[in-house]
Structures are given as C-alpha cells and as structure tokens.
Design a protein. Structure first.
Lengths: 140, 225
C-alpha cells in the first residue's frame, strides 16, 4: 500500500516508521523541515535510504500534496497538531483526490464524533484517554 | 434575524457594529482573550469569548436559532469548518465565509462553502476594472444561475472591430448587453458597429471566455483571460 501521512509529530512519525517496517510505501509531509529528525531517531539507516519519502509543505497547498503523492495514495492520514487543518485536508483527500481510506486525528471529542457520523474515520486521542482513565477508575 | 459572527478582527467587529446599528440581533465570537476584552468594552453582551470551531461554543451562542453565520477569522480552515458545521449540523440556512488566502478558494468551493469572500480577490477585480491590462474583467459570477457577466476592451486589429454585433461569431450562450464608448454606455442593437477602444459587457454561460476573448483581441495575440 502507498500511505501518505501529513504531520510528522509523535503520532505521524511513529506510524510512518511502523508502516515502512511493515513493508508499505510511505510518504510523510510536514510544514517544518526539522520534523524529519523524528523519522531518523533510533534508526540504523536514515529515512530516505530506508525507502521513505519526505516532503516539506503546507497541507492546504495542493501542489505539496501532489508532490507527496496524494494522487496514488491508498491511505491518507491527517495527523497534524491542528484539528481544523486535519478535518479540512482529510475532506480534500476524500472528495477531491478520492483516496480510498482516510484517517483523521481529531483531539476534540465532540467534533470527532460528529464528523465520524458524516463518514470520516476519526481517531480521538482525548476520547481514548477519557475511556482508559474511566476504566482504571472503575477497576480500582 | 439572528446573526452569529466568528472572529472579532477588523472585519468581524465592524460587521457586528453595522448589523447592530441596523437593529439585527448579533453575537460575535472571539477566541483571543485580550481582543475579546477590548471588543467587550464596546459591544458588551453581544460578544462572547471562545473558539467558534468548537460545537459547545456555537451552541452557547444559540446557533440552533441563527439565520445567518458569518465566519471571518484569520484562519481559512476555521472559516471552512465553522460554516460547514453551521449548515450541515445545525441547519443554518445562510452562511458567508471569508477567504484569507485566495489560493484556498478552491477548497471552500469543493466543500460547498459558498459564498466565500476574498478581500484580495475583490481588490484585484477593482484594480483590473480600473486598469484593464488583462483585457477581460469578470464583473459578476452568478454561480447558482450559471451565468457570468464580463467586461472586455476591444483592441485595435481584433476581428470584432468595424463589424456589426450580429456579424461577430459569438458562441451560443453569450450576448453583448452593453457598450461603453467615450465615457458613456448604451445598450446596442444587432446593427451597432463595434469600434476599437470600446468596452463591451457580455453575459454568458461560464466557460465561454476562451472562445470570446480572441474575437476582441488582435489576431494572433494570445488571449489572456
């Protein structure tokens, strides 16, 4: 599979490394060139030599998304630090570029739930934390 | 009419002022606390503090009964999502969004956020109207009706010069509605002869500009729309 990940933070970079290790083709895009460092950390070979792709760009700039390979992406993951950016670019990936699988990180539980109802595959770290804390509390 | 405005920058604040002066019920939402405190001095209860892209903030402002939502923050993603949620989740009938970066306009359109207003675009059109170096000015686009009104300057040596309007091979779906000549305008009939230097207004189906501009530009010149 060809996986395009926008946002090379803790989540994006970790998912990128795991996907590459699992044998997928992986392209990562981030507005900050320094974020590339996360992809090389604790690795024996650097990201490009290992077969990964990295593009510096703003997610709303379509040229950048195309350079990062969105046209042929099987999976698109929106994992920037901004909920609003993630929600907009994932809809662009889904509707304009017809990417078959789109995954969006949304920190705000209320909007994660509503956009999930609209057909977006949202992942809400806040909701996961709430559920886990609740489980621990009830188990205690 | 109840209006919610997201973003109390210069645009949002002044819009709120104007609407309140016209006796509209308005709630302005601002996410920067310092800015909120400043605006609150004047607008008092008509401004609320919070991030308008969060659902509970919109609900606190009473979005369920809003007739119009205007998103004019400095962030295009925020403006898109505020309008999307207003219309699709809360059923607000009318939305208006501000486009900060004209390059994002396509995103607004693709997600159905209309009308989307870009100040850069409006100023650019005014400049083009005053200084029509591009030859063609789009004066009005009626998106819903699928019609456009454009203005063209008739250049010397173009196929249209010296011909009656009925002799100009305009594509089907276009019509000359006005001619501006020597500072005054008139509605021409089919026999009117077009002169170099005329400003011609046409109404047309969108997408016909490419066939129309060469008729008013010198032969061989690249038609720039």
């Amino acid at each position: 599979m060809f996986i395009l990940i926008v946002g090379c933070g803790r989540v994006g970079s970790a998912v990128a490394k795991r996907s590459l290790d699992a044998g997928h083709e992986v392209s990562v895009m981030d507005v900050d060139p320094r974020s590339h460092e996360r992809l090389d950390r604790d690795q024996t070979t650097n990201w490009e030599d290992a077969g990964g792709q990295f593009t510096v760009g703003t997610a709303l700039e379509v040229d950048g998304l195309i350079a990062a390979g969105i046209d042929r992406a099987d999976v698109f993951i929106a994992a920037t630090s901004g909920d609003n950016t993630n929600l907009v670019i994932s809809q662009i990936a889904q509707r304009r570029f017809k990417v078959p699988r789109v995954v969006v990180r949304v920190a705000d539980p209320a909007r994660a739930a509503w956009y999930a109802e609209q057909g977006l595959r949202t992942i809400c770290p806040t909701q996961i934390a709430i559920d886990q804390v609740e489980q621990v509390l009830l188990a205690g | 009419m109840y209006v919610i405005i997201a973003g109390a920058g210069k645009v949002g604040w002044n819009l709120a002022r104007e609407l309140i002066a016209k006796d509209r019920e308005v709630t302005l939402i601002e996410s920067n606390h310092d800015r909120f405190r400043v605006v609150e001095q004047e607008l008092e209860y008509a401004v609320q503090y919070g991030d308008a892209s969060e659902l509970w903030v919109l609900e606190r402002a009473g979005i369920q009964r809003a007739d119009l939502v205007i998103a004019v923050t400095g962030d295009d993603e925020d403006n898109i999502l505020i309008c999307q949620v207003a219309r699709e989740k809360y059923g607000v009938k009318r939305i208006v969004a501000r486009v900060n970066n004209p390059r994002n306009l396509a995103h607004f359109k693709m997600l159905g956020i209309q009308p989307a207003v870009s100040a850069t675009d409006l100023i650019l059109r005014l400049i083009e109207h005053e200084v029509p170096e591009y030859g063609l000015v789009q004066l009005l686009a009626l998106e819903e009706e699928h019609l456009e009104i454009i203005e063209l300057e008739v250049l010397d040596g173009s196929p249209a010069v010296g011909r009656q309007i009925q002799q100009i091979p305009l594509p089907k779906g276009s019509l000359v509605i006005s001619v501006l000549r020597s500072g005054s305008g008139f509605v021409p009939n089919a026999q009117e002869v077009i002169e170099a230097g005329d400003q011609v207004l046409l109404i047309l189906d969108p997408g016909l500009e490419g066939q129309i501009t060469p008729l008013f530009a010198p032969l061989g010149a690249g038609a720039s729309a």
